[in-house]
Design a protein around this ligand. Structure first.
Ligand code: FAD
Length: 302
């Protein structure tokens, strides 16, 4: 068996694997797609000490760093079941079963898509998901935020300080965000809120030039000229495969303590698949390190 088996090969998993391997213990990492979300990311400018990089380049560096150690890398393998017996067993979609004394879950998350025409075509060409990451690219421009929940309204407030104008598009007749956030939003001069609006299409040529929505009260179609659209309708953790085996919160995020420990002894978790307050590369790497140190601590005590 492995001493530490990491499930997920994004920033959190890579960091966990390096930290575990540096303890000289038998370490494996299984990933559906090594690199994770950063494979879909163009510019990265908030990975501290690196002023600018690109997702695939950072992913290659992560892999190179992991390969510098004696880590068993199993790429293009998807985990489908976890069970604690004598060891912790991870069953893969291929049918293989991996056994380990400790497991670190780092299966990440994905942004919920709205699934309208233009969303996929203009991804990274005006369609964005992360205001902390891509907000500064829209300085002085007109953008929309789709989604009036907490994340949408936080994004709109954040963006209003950077861009020229923000239009918030909410499907329901009312915003769902906390009232303190709504009050703050309403105090801003450069924000328009459109409620009861169903986004139909994100339009553009080589990049985004606007958005079409239907007023759900009247059925009328409207178009807004824009240079950017931030989709903020939720982040979905990749944890469905765990079912009821492990404690997850209402959003499906794995609940961890400050050592990265989960509800199953010997199983740790890190990164965007957990209930961490913020989801960023540098944060997931930090939590990967925490989980690996937590797992090592567990091994020397058990
Ligand atoms: P992920 O990166 O999601 O990695 C999860 C890993 O688990 C992947 O290897 C995946 O294949 C694997 N996996 C999933 N399910 C299974 C399974 N069942 N079995 C095996 N493997 C599985 N953050 C920043 O700090 N700066 C930015 O500029 C930035 N820009 C972003 C732009 C975009 C478009 C997106 C989508 C995100 C951006 N982020 C940015 C957020 C950042 O990418 C994430 O916070 C970070 O990647 C989380 O790392 P993670 O390792 O927890 O998860």
């Amino acid at each position: 068996p492995f001493d530490v088996l990491v499930v997920g090969g994004g920033p959190a998993g890579a960091s966990a694997a390096v930290y575990a391997a540096r303890k000289g213990i038998r370490t494996g990492i299984v990933a559906e797609r090594f690199g994770g979300q950063i494979m879909d990311t163009l510019g990265i400018e908030n990975f501290i000490s690196v002023k600018h990089t690109e997702g695939p380049k950072l992913a290659a560096s992560l892999e190179e760093h992991v390969k510098d150690y004696d880590v068993d890398i199993m790429n293009l393998q998807r985990a489908k079941h976890l069970e604690k017996k004598e060891f912790i067993e991870i069953e893969l979609e291929s049918g293989a079963v991996l056994k380990s004394k400790t497991v670190i879950l780092s299966t990440g998350a994905r942004w919920r898509n709205i699934g309208v025409p233009g969303e996929v075509e203009f991804k990274n060409k005006g369609v964005a998901y992360c205001p902390h990451c891509d907000g500064p690219l829209f300085e002085g421009k007109h953008v929309a935020v789709i989604g009036g929940g907490n994340s949408g309204i936080e994004a709109a407030i954040d963006l209003a300080g950077i861009v020229k104008h923000v239009t918030v598009i909410e499907f329901a007749p009312e915003l769902k965000a906390d009232s303190v956030l709504q009050d703050r939003l309403n105090s801003l001069p450069n924000v328009t809120v459109i409620k009861n609006a169903q986004t139909k299409e994100i339009t553009g040529t080589d990049k985004v030039n606007g958005l079409t929505y239907v007023d759900r009260a009247t059925g009328e179609e409207h178009h807004v000229d824009l240079q950017g659209v931030f989709v903020q309708i939720g982040l979905v953790p990749n944890t469905d495969w765990l079912g009821d085996t492990i404690e997850r919160n209402r959003m499906g995020e794995i609940v961890v303590d400050k050592h990265g420990a989960t509800s199953i002894p010997g199983v740790f978790a890190a990164g965007d698949c957990t209930d961490s307050a913020y989801k960023q590369i540098i944060i997931s790497m930090g939590s990967g390190a925490t989980a690996a140190l937590g797992a090592f601590d567990y091994l020397i005590r058990n």
